[in-house]
Design a protein around this ligand. Structure first.
Ligand code: LLP
Length: 424
């Protein structure tokens, strides 16, 4: 069920017209449907019913406090990759015990903060990190529960920039070197090895790579146990894909069926770290057309959202569906156009060669499936204020991150003391 639908010719998020939000908040803005977030969570939570498993939301996908709170209220843990994300998870009410700290390059100071906050699990990705974490835990006089993330060398069949489980990727410890790493960890007095972790990539639309990776890690778990390690947890990571165009991502039920089959008899508690799947389709980016520029080769529709607001199209050649907020008649002839932003770069586009009903200055467009890796990857390039974020819940909406003013942006900067104050 889509939570973004035309009602009486106007695109709504649940019970709120996007045009009404635009009138109040201005454009561009991100809009999230709380109902869609909850539905996404429920599908996952239903999927693990009867399994010894837990879900830690990979908040890198969308770390707005209100979004995390929606999941937290439904029992989510959090998968974090920085102390900043840890602070967000705690501020949104996720208990520290339910936080997993992942990441390929954690600093000693960050590990210290995480241990002081008593996060539940640290996923370690290198032998150097094993030694650093042991030293930090020793300084604090605590023991750290860790998994070791292994790299199973499986092709996730996704975009090269979001594939993480091949030997050539920087992530995890090569599965062929994993036993040595576990032996090293086992010798550290301040670490308690509780399991194995993996994460093979993002936007996966096939279950086969998961199956192949789980089979490899399952064999490793057998060897590790024979080596005398206690392996109680298996963190499967995230990565399940969503619909951008015509993808057919697997259902959560089918995914869980594969996981349950391949982990049967392993006697491990499973952890899942979904990000995109929980938030991607629950968010859109709304933008206003500034002007339309007919060209010899094609028409450019210049909108007020740009690559700084949504970098996915230019960074990953990602395809995001774009719809006019005012419904066009079925028989309207389309025109071929590029939807581009105002930034001075040719890579500043949201869509290329798209057939859309004719658009005019002042029209609103909605860029779909922008709830994941949208606002979180935004920048203020060209001194463009970060687009605000809005949450809709039924017929209510609220700004959950306001647009900064340009004055606020300028106030964050300083002249060095040796410069004269600027004359204004
Ligand atoms: N766990 C770990 C260790 C991860 O590295 C990631 C994502 C996840 C979980 C969540 O993956 P998801 O369920 O969201 O696929 N910016 C890119 C995606 C980067 C994903 C990075 N790691 C994009 O816009 O496509």
């Amino acid at each position: 069920m889509s939570f973004f639908k035309y009602q009486n010719g106007a695109m709504h998020a649940e019970g709120v017209a996007l045009a009404a939000i635009a009138a109040q908040v201005g454009t561009p803005f991100y809009c999230y449907s709380a109902g869609a977030l909850r539905a996404g969570w429920r599908e996952f939570a239903d999927g693990i019913k009867g399994m010894n498993a837990s879900i830690c939301y990979a908040m890198k996908a969308n770390s707005n406090l209100a979004v995390i709170r929606v999941f937290g209220e439904m029992g989510a843990g959090a998968d974090i990759v920085s102390v900043g994300e840890m602070r967000r998870a705690l501020a949104a009410g996720i208990p520290a015990q339910r936080i997993i700290y992942s990441g390929v390059g954690k600093k000693a100071s960050e590990l210290m903060e995480a241990l002081q906050a008593k996060v539940g699990q640290i996923n370690v990705e290198s032998t150097a990190e094993i030694e650093t974490l042991n030293a930090v835990a020793g300084q604090l006089g605590v023991s750290a529960d860790i998994t070791i993330r292994v790299n199973p060398d499986v092709d996730a069949g996704t975009h090269a920039k979001i594939t993480t489980g091949r030997k050539e990727n920087k992530f995890g410890i090569d599965i062929d070197l994993a036993r040595e790493a576990f032996a090293l960890a086992g010798r550290q007095p301040n670490l308690k090895v509780v399991g194995v972790a993996m994460h093979i990539g993002s936007q996966l639309t096939s279950l086969e790579p998961y199956r192949a990776a789980i089979v490899r890690v399952r064999e490793l778990i057998g060897q590790l146990r024979a080596d005398g390690h206690r392996i109680d947890r298996f963190d499967i990571g995230g990565g399940l894909g969503i619909v951008y165009a015509d993808e057919k991502p697997p259902s959560i039920a089918d995914f869980m069926a594969v996981v349950a089959k391949e982990t049967a008899g392993l006697c491990c508690e499973l952890t899942f770290e979904p990000g995109r799947r929980l938030v991607g389709e629950a968010g859109v980016l709304v933008s206003e057309v500034i002007l339309v520029k007919p060209g010899a080769a094609k028409t450019f529709v210049i909108v007020d959202a740009a690559m700084n607001d949504l970098i996915r199209p230019t960074l990953y050649e990602a395809w995001h569906d774009i719809l006019p907020v005012r419904e066009s008649r079925q028989d309207t002839a389309t025109i071929r156009c590029d939807i581009v932003g105002p930034i001075c770069e040719s890579g500043d586009f949201l869509a290329q060669n798209r057939d859309l009903p004719p658009l005019a200055a002042g029209d609103l467009v909605m860029i779909r499936s922008a709830g994941a890796y949208g606002a979180v990857m935004a920048s203020s390039y060209n001194t463009r204020p970060l687009a605000p974020e809005v949450m809709v819940d039924g017929t209510r909406f609220a700004v959950i991150r306001p647009r900064p003013t340009i004055d606020e942006m300028l106030r964050a900067e300083r002249f060095p003391p040796w410069m004269e104050p600027a004359k204004t």
